[in-house]
Design a protein around this ligand. Structure first.
Ligand SMILES: Nc1ncnc2c1ncn2[C@@H]1O[C@H](COP(=O)(O)OP(=O)(O)O)[C@@H](O)[C@H]1O
Ligand SMILES: [Mg+2]
Length: 353
């Protein structure tokens, strides 16, 4: 599936602004962004239940929507799964799954049996929705959505109604099934963890636009800007100014390639890339190429989080607060002076906005 330049305005505001992306068969692309950024509206235009002002949608190379063509939703070979997937309460599982299928009775029965086998619901073929748990209903909804073999599956936060443990299992199973079917999946979510777990590609959306697009690893480790970095985790920010493609900070020098002298920059790093070390009579560890110069701070808060501790420091150099995530064998007391170092290769330098 390929979309190009999709645009939609509500009340004078561009809610979806020139959105383009493509999803290959058997691949999962996550449209990720905060609530209200235009994800659902994008999906609705692809599905054909909302009309774009501009742009086009292609499925398997065929235009299903552009300035002149408007293929109706049911003829687009696009399946839908939403959070409030309503199964038909008065139909049993077999008839729910077979509902939209054409073909002879025997063909429909065979396809329904195959799908229920695949989602692990064969034993419930005669059950009614109210007799099923949330997770089981979700499996039936998945079987129903893929029954007509859509080329594309659009999923709008479909797992957000499930509790955590169940959700992990159902997510993984659902993706396995969709990959086996060779369906192109566009999944909408506002949760970075969900996107990273599920996506082959993430399209990061903000204020109606795609701000970054790439494999989860790349989007996480090479964010396009400060807001993109902050969307995935807590971040620390220190300020600097560029001199000769470098910026000087209390943690040593950072490269700022391509930025002219005098540019104000934010040096951004995630709490898990902070290392801490002991104070030795007012002195810290030696600087290294990897971690630069240590800077001293005093613990203002330390929380045990299981595998990790989250420690906050007030820094000597300017009184600002920095956060570190460290193995939970460390749980320093409030008021302890410690030295912080940051992994230089994990820092991002952005011109300040
Ligand atoms: N039919 C509509 N009429 C007016 N405004 C709408 C309509 N649908 C969505 N919006 C607005 O468009 C923005 C994006 O909505 P939506 O696509 O649902 O975002 P998301 O799914 O990312 O949370 C929101 O500000 C929402 O209020
Ligand atoms: Mg939405």
């Amino acid at each position: 599936m390929k979309i190009r330049g999709l645009t939609r305005t509500f009340g004078g505001r561009r809610v979806v602004d020139d959105v383009s992306l493509s999803v290959m068969p058997g691949q999962v692309t996550c449209l990720l962004g905060p609530s209200g950024c235009g994800k659902s509206t994008t999906l609705r235009m692809i599905a054909g239940v909302e009309n774009p002002e501009a742009g086009e949608v292609r499925v398997d190379g065929q235009v299903v929507c552009d300035r002149t063509v408007r293929v109706p939703p049911e003829a687009r070979s696009i399946g839908l799964m939403f959070q409030d997937f309503a199964l038909f309460p008065h139909l049993d599982v077999a008839r729910n799954v077979g509902f939209g299928l054409s073909g002879s009775r025997a063909e429909v029965r065979a396809r329904v049996a195959e799908l229920l086998e695949r989602v692990g619901m064969s034993d419930h073929i005669d059950a009614y929705p109210h007799e099923l748990s949330g997770g089981e209903q979700q499996r039936v909804a998945l079987a129903r959505a893929i029954a007509p073999r859509p080329r594309v599956m659009l999923m709008d936060e479909p797992f957000s109604g499930l509790d955590d443990r169940l959700r992990d299992d159902i997510r993984d199973e659902t993706l396995d099934v969709l990959k086996q079917e060779g369906t192109a999946v566009l999944l909408v979510t506002h949760e970075p963890a969900e996107a990273m777990r599920m996506a082959d590609e993430i399209a990061l959306m903000r204020d109606g636009r795609i701000v970054q697009h790439g494999a989860p690893y790349n989007v996480y480790n090479a964010p396009a800007d400060l807001a993109a970095a902050a969307f995935f985790s807590d971040i620390n920010v220190i300020r600097g100014e560029v001199r000769g493609a470098l910026t000087e900070t209390p943690f040593g020098q950072f490269l700022a390639p391509g930025l002219p002298d005098g540019t104000a920059v934010d040096i951004v790093f995630r709490p898990q890339h902070v290392r801490i070390d002991f104070d030795r009579g007012g002195r810290g560890p030696h600087p290294t190429a990897e971690t630069g110069t240590p800077a001293r701070g005093v613990v203002t808060r330390a929380r045990f989080m299981g595998a990790e501790s989250l420690v906050e420091f007030r820094m000597d150099f300017d009184g600002s607060i920095l956060k570190a995530r460290v193995p939970s064998v460390f749980l320093p007391r409030r008021g302890t002076a410690l030295w912080l170092m940051v992994r230089r290769d994990r820092c991002f330098v952005f011109p300040r906005r």
